[in-house]
Write a protein that binds this ligand. Sequence first.
Ligand code: AMP
Length: 235
Amino acid sequence: MAEEISGSIGPIVLLGPPGAGKGTQAKLIAEKYGIPQISTGDLLRQHVKDATGLGLLAKDIMARGELVPDELLYDMVAQRLREADCKRGFVLDGFPRTAAQAGWLDAFLEHEFFEKSRDKKCLPIVIRIDVDYNDLILRLTGRRTCPVCGRIYNVHLQPPRVDELCDIDGSKLVIRNDDRPEVIRERLHAYEQQTKPVADYYQDKGRLVSVNGSLPAEQVSEQIFRVIESRAWGC
Ligand code: AMP
C-alpha cells in the first residue's frame, strides 16, 4: 500500500536498458515517497496522441525505436519539472538517455530548480537497474500495457488474472508499437550506443549506484529504497 514519506527526496534518475523494469520501479518509488513519476516516453506518447508539433516530429522516430533528438525534448522536460508537484522531488524514467541530456539536466537543476539560498545542490540520485540480456528479451517480448491505467504486465512472467485483460479495469491489454521484435532490437542497440555514456557520465562524477534488476520486482525495490534512503539529501 502507498506509504508516503514526508520531507524532500530530491531528484531520482533511473537508468537501465529497455525492459529493465524502470517503469515498474518508478511507479513504486513514486507511490512510496509521494513524488511524481516522470517518463519522457509517456510524455512523448501523449504528444503523439494529441498530434502536437512535437508529437508529429517524434512519431516516426519513436515507431522506429530510435531516440528523439535531444533539443526536441528539453522544453517538454523543463515544463514538466517546473510544475508544483515536483518541488519535493521526482523520479525520472527514460531521461536522460544521452550524455548531452545528462549535462542539460544537471545544469537545469543547478541553475533553476532549487532555491538559490540552499547550500546543497540537489543533484540526482542515479540508480542503474542491471539485467541480463536474455532476461531483457523475455521481458520485452512479453510486455503488455493497459491503455487506460498504464499498468504493465508480462505474458511470460507476470500475466494478468484473465488472459489479455487488465486486472484493475478490465481493459484489453495492448502491445506497445515499439515492443515489436524488430523494434526491440533497435531499442537495445540505441541503448548500447547512446545510453551507456549516460552511466559513464554519472560514474565519472561518483554518482552512479547499480542494483541487481534480475531479482523479483519487490527485491529490486528494496535495494532501490535502501539507496534512496541512504542518499536522500533532505534538501
Ligand atoms: P520509453 O517508453 O522510455 O521506452 O520511450 C519510448 C520512445 O520514446 C523511445 O524509444 C524514444 O524514441 C523516445 N524517448 C523517450 N525518452 C527519450 C529520451 N530521453 N531521449 C530520446 N528519446 C526518448
